[in-house]
Write a protein that binds this ligand. Sequence first.
Ligand SMILES: Nc1nc2c(ncn2[C@@H]2O[C@H](COP(=O)(O)OP(=O)(O)OP(=O)(O)O)[C@@H](O)[C@H]2O)c(=O)[nH]1
Ligand SMILES: [Mg+2]
Length: 440
Amino acid sequence: MLEDLGKNIGSTIRKILARSSVDPADVNILVKDLQRDLLKTDVDVKLVYQISENIRRRCLKDKIPEGLTLREHTLKVVYEELVSLLGEKQVGLMGKRKIMFVGLFGSGKTTTTAKIASYLKKKGLKPAIIACDYHRPAAVEQLEQLAEKLGVPVHVSEKRDPYDALKGGLAKFGKHDSILIDTAGRDALDKELANELKKMNAIARPDEVLLVIPADIGRIAGKQAEEFHKLVGVTGVIITKMDGTAKGGGALSACSATNAKVKFIGVGEKIDALEEYDPVRFVGRLLGMGDLQSLLEKAKEADISEDSVGKIMAGKFTLKDFYEQLSGVRKMGSLGSVMDMIPGLGGAIPEEMLVQQEEKMKKYGYIIDSMTEDEKVDAELIHSSRIKRIAKGSGTSEKDVRDLLKQYKQAKIMMKKFGGAGGMKRGQMAKLMKKFGVKM
Ligand SMILES: Nc1nc2c(ncn2[C@@H]2O[C@H](COP(=O)(O)OP(=O)(O)OP(=O)(O)O)[C@@H](O)[C@H]2O)c(=O)[nH]1
Ligand SMILES: [Mg+2]
């Protein structure tokens, strides 16, 4: 899936992020890595060349905007190039009345039709569905079952004829806000399907034609999208099965071939497993640039305050935060997975720190409890006489206290280096990161 692409590109980008300065040679390396990663995830060769050349040219030849370093500029360019293909903003379906879903067998058309019906209903609209798949025997029943659960009406042709269904449905649903048209698929875009879609397109004259493609479609995505586009004019792309394990570079190819943007993403079989495309979030993830929102959500679940996550990212991070983090780790999964969500931090925390044992955690808890409030906020105040007292007070050894302080200091240095000001102009970097959906 696209996140695989993200993982690869992410590691490339992280390399850039971890450097305090970036020179043109680094940009060339980045572009090469990017090419390799895009090819691996089935993005079409021509498109890979086009994307990477754009990036190279813009990074090296264009004037770097005032106040940005080459590194910041490079990140911005990579983001902008990907977003310009996938979609720069959330577009949704506002004002679109007749919406037709097209795609090959099993791509997720029927499921997505029902998902969109539910999505529109939640927005307070009144959708209706026309069943136009009379090719696959059980298709109508599948749709009826899904729609019944949602309380959305479905029009079915008694004659089991897609054109009859379409005409009847359009007449019947005149009062509905949107009419969703579920079409039949085929193994390939053969003559039969081509004729059927063309004819349906002429009868329905849809405001929106959504191409439904699974994330695992592979290299043929571009070609397939182009064929559909020539036939019925694709206006938007829906990528399904992003929850699966496949590669997803096909999305980039499909968008490039149709000039249509990603509108929704299917992330599961259930009706509510649909996400609106959100460029910052999507590309942020794609790039492995961290997804602050999900980090914060996860943090909340584990009772770790947003404040403490914010502090980590800002490099201001007290002993209390350190303990909160360590003790939260058990609830949150590994600290490593949390760190993966913060740009530049993935993989930065030494293994030994991640694998904290219960006993040690308990000890650390007692030690911190024995400190004064001032010491918890400013560990610099703790000198050797206090270490002795704290060890005594907490029933631990001086070595335990020193170990805790040492680990805390290491963590703090690391946080500073990766998450905070370390060599960056904070204001600008923060602004840039905001674009990636990451607050710094
Ligand atoms: N995991 C996952 N499965 C999905 C998603 N979308 C659809 N599916 C599953 O994919 C299979 C095919 O989905 P359908 O909606 O029937 O596909 P279709 O394009 O209507 O297929 P035809 O009508 O045969 O052309 C079903 O088992 C769905 O549950 C998704 O986002 N994630
Ligand atoms: Mg179907």
